[in-house]
Design a protein around this ligand. Sequence first.
Ligand code: FES
Length: 148
Amino acid sequence: MDLRDLYQDIIVDHNRSPRNFRLIDPADLQAQGYNPLCGDKLGVYLNLRDGRIEDLAFQGSGCAISVASASLMTEAVKGTSETEARKLYEQVHDMLTGAETDVDPMDLGKLAALAGVREYPSRVKCASLCWHTLIAALDKQSDAVTTE
Ligand code: FES
């Protein structure tokens, strides 16, 4: 199995069986993300404890890439500090957009499965929707965040 097949399998698996797909109620922080191009919406919910993201979950409807990305994000970010979560956001954002960066996707674990979307500009928004929503939640932004 080559790396491309492995990455494809990770995305299919996380879309079919999204991890942490649930509502946290009440949540310490939450935000809604919206992609107006397709109408997809995701809610991101998190609880903090001692400066760490103790619990992180999402709910909503989206395409395979947006659901898989949100599922992978919850696995990667749960248990990190807010600072680490923001750093991971920057790294993933650079990976998705193909920005000049020192980040090696191989250092991002399963999140590297999303690296291929950079070849498809409209899919970059699918993959980044949950990340923008996470940052909006951390920033206590009450308006829905959009990809546009
Ligand atoms: Fe809507 Fe991907 S097509 S988020």
